[in-house]
Design a protein around this ligand. Structure first.
Ligand code: ADP
Ligand code: MG
Length: 488
C-alpha cells in the first residue's frame, strides 16, 4: 500500500476519474476543508475545558473523567495477574505473567451474545463470571488468589482505582440496572454467586488508559492513548492544576490521566455543521440516537454502515449497481462491515480483487468495473474523514500538552487493519499541530490486556510499600521511584 508523503499528494490522488464524477453531489459532504478541522479543534478544546471545570462538568458532553492513575509502570512489575477486556466487540480473559519487561500473555476470547448485550446487568455479569470460572479451571489456576485488572471500556466516573460507576452505556450495549452502579462490585458479587474462584479486583481502567499504560512501559514520551476500535476514545496526562474536578489530595508531580470520553463530542449539536445526511440517518436508527456523535463518524461499529448508506443512496439514484436484487445485503442495516472498508481500500490495481469479493459476499451481482471504482472511492472518502477527525482530536491534545516530543499509543482493530489510517492521521496531525512539535503514533500491542495487568501490578507494588491504598500516588511520595515524567 502506497504511503502518501504529503497531504497534497493524497488530495490529488483522491480526485475522482471523469467517469465517476457524476456521483460527486452525493459524497462531497465527506470532503472537509482544513478550516473545518481547525474549527473542530477549537470546539473540542472548549468542550474539554467545560468537562474539566467543576461548575460545567455535570452538563458537559465531554466528561473528562480523572482516572486514579497517576504513575506509569517502570518495568519492575512482577507477578501473575488476571485481566479482563470488555471493549464493545470482544470479551477476553487473560492471564498476564509479568517479569520486568518480559511479559507472557495467554488469553481466550468469549462471545457476548446480543441478548446479553441488551439484557439485564445480572445476566451480563453472570456471563462474565462464568467465563472467568472456566478460564481459571482450564488454566489450572484454582486454589490461588489472583489479582485482577479489568479493562472496562465504557464511560465511568471513577471513585477509586477499583471503584467506577457506569455513567452510560455506548457501542451497542444497553444492560438494565447498571448505570450508576459500581462495576467492580457487580463483578465481585457475580464471581461469588457463580464461581468459587478467589479473585481480587485491584484496578478498573478504560481501554484508552490501558493502551497508554502499556506503551508507557516501553516509551517514556508516551502521554496520550487513543482507541480506534468499535468506538473511539482518548486519554492523556493532564496537570492537576487544570483539573478542577479532582477532589483527592494534590501532590507533586501534579498530574493524572484524564479519560476524555470524547466520543460524545457533538452531542449538543456543535458538530452539525459538518455532519452529512448519512450520519443523521445512522444516528436515527442507532440504539442511542443523539449520543456519541463524534464516535459515530469514526468508530468501527459505524463506518461500514455509513458506507452502506451511501451505496444504497447511489443505487436509488440509478448511479450504482443497475441490476441489483432487492434481497441483497446492501439494503440491510448493519450488513456492510467495517472490515470490508479495509479490504476494499487494500485493492491497488484495476482488477479490484478484494472489492469484487466483498460485493460477491453481500450478494451484489452483475457489477461493472465502474461500480467497483465508485465503491472504493466512497470507502476512501469516509475512512479519510474518520482518520482526519481522529487526527484533529489528537492535534488538540498534543497542542494542549505542548511538549516538543510526544508519543501517542494507539490500539483497536480499525487502526491495526485499515491500510491507510496511520498514514492519513500522521499527515493531518502534521498540518494541525503547532510548529516544532515532534510526534509519533505507536501501535500498543495488546494495550487493553497488558495495560490492565500493569495498572494492577503498579498498584499492588505501591500497596506493599504501604502508600495510599486506593490511588496510584504521585511519584514524589513514593519510597521507590517509578517511571513518570515531570512536566517541563
Ligand atoms: P473492541 O473495540 O471491542 O476492543 P476491536 O478493537 O477489535 O474491539 O474493534 C472492533 C471493531 O473493529 C469492530 O467494529 C469491527 O467492525 C472493526 N474491525 C474489525 N476488523 C477490521 C478491519 N480489518 N478493518 C477495519 N475495522 C475492523
Ligand atoms: Mg479493545
Amino acid at each position: 500500500m502506497a504511503e502518501f508523503s504529503d497531504m497534497k499528494k493524497f488530495v490529488e490522488w483522491l480526485v475522482p476519474d471523469e467517469n465517476i464524477k457524476h456521483i460527486e453531489a452525493f459524497v462531497k459532504g465527506f470532503k472537509l476543508s482544513t478550516s473545518s478541522y481547525k474549527r473542530v479543534m477549537h470546539l473540542l478544546n472548549q468542550e474539554m475545558n467545560q468537562g474539566l471545570m467543576r461548575h460545567s462538568q455535570p452538563l458537559a458532553d465531554i466528561k473528562m473523567f480523572p482516572t486514579f492513575v497517576r504513575s506509569l509502570p517502570d518495568g519492575s512489575e512482577k507477578g501473575d495477574f488476571l485481566a479482563l477486556d470488555l471493549g464493545g466487540t470482544n470479551f477476553r480473559v487473560l492471564l498476564v505473567r509479568l517479569q520486568g519487561h518480559d511479559i507472557d500473555i495467554q488469553s481466550k476470547t468469549y462471545l457476548i451474545p446480543q441478548r446479553i448485550m441488551l439484557g439485564t446487568g445480572t445476566q451480563l455479569f453472570d456471563h462474565i463470571a462464568d467465563c472467568i470460572g472456566k478460564f481459571v479451571r482450564d488454566h489450572n489456576l484454582s486454589g490461588q488468589t489472583l489479582p485482577l485488572g479489568f479493562t472496562f471500556s465504557f464511560p465511568c466516573k471513577q471513585e477509586g482505582l477499583a471503584k467506577a460507576r457506569l455513567s452510560k452505556w455506548t457501542k451497542g450495549f444497553r444492560c438494565e440496572g447498571v448505570v450508576g452502579e459500581d462495576i467492580c462490585q457487580l463483578l465481585q458479587e457475580a464471581l461469588k454467586r457463580r464461581t468459587n474462584c478467589s479473585v481480587e479486583i485491584v484496578a478498573i481502567v478504560n481501554d484508552a488508559v490501558g493502551t497508554l499504560m502499556s506503551a508507557a512501559h516501553v516509551d517514556r514520551n508516551c502521554e496520550i492513548g487513543l482507541i480506534l476500535g468499535t468506538g473511539c476514545n482518548a486519554c492523556y496526562m493532564e496537570t492537576l492544576e487544570n483539573v478542577q474536578t479532582w477532589d483527592e489530595e494534590k501532590s507533586h508531580p501534579d498530574q493524572v490521566i484524564i479519560n476524555t470520553e470524547w466520543g460524545a463530542f457533538g452531542d449538543n449539536g456543535c458538530l452539525d455543521f459538518l455532519r452529512t445526511e448519512y450520519d443523521r440517518e445512522l444516528d436515527t436508527f442507532s440504539i442511542n440516537p443523539g449520543r456519541q456523535i463524534m464516535e459515530k463518524m469514526i468508530g468501527g461499529m459505524y463506518m461500514g454502515e455509513i458506507v452502506r448508506l451511501v451505496l444504497e443512496r447511489l443505487n436509488m439514484e440509478g448511479l450504482l449497481f443497475r441490476s441489483v436484487d432487492n434481497e441483497c445485503d446492501l439494503f440491510e442495516r448493519g450488513r456492510f462491515y467495517t472490515k470490508y472498508v479495509s479490504e476494499i481500500e487494500s485493492d491497488t490495481d484495476d482488477f479490484y480483487h478484494n472489492t469484487k469479493q466483498v460485493l460477491d459476499e453481500i450478494g451484489v451481482e452483475n457489477y461493472t468495473t465502474e461500480d467497483c471504482k465508485i465503491v472504493k472511492y466512497v470507502c476512501t472518502l469516509i475512512s479519510a474523514r474518520a482518520a482526519f477527525l481522529a487526527a484533529a482530536g489528537l492535534a488538540t491534545l498534543i497542542n494542549r500538552i505542548n511538549k516538543t516530543d510526544i508519543t501517542i499509543a494507539v490500539d483497536g482493530s480499525l487502526y491495526r487493519f485499515h491500510p491507510r489510517f496511520h498514514n492519513l492521521m500522521c499527515l493531518k496531525i502534521q498540518e494541525l499541530v503547532k510548529p516544532g512539535i515532534k510526534f509519533k503514533l505507536a501501535l500498543s500491542h495488546d494495550g487493553s490486556g497488558k495495560g490492565a495487568a500493569l495498572t494492577a501490578a503498579v498498584s499492588l507494588r505501591l500497596r506493599n510499600t504501604k502508600v495510599i491504598p486506593d490511588t496510584l500516588p504521585a511519584m514524589s511520595e513514593l519510597p521507590v521511584r517509578i517511571g513518570i515524567k515531570q512536566k517541563a
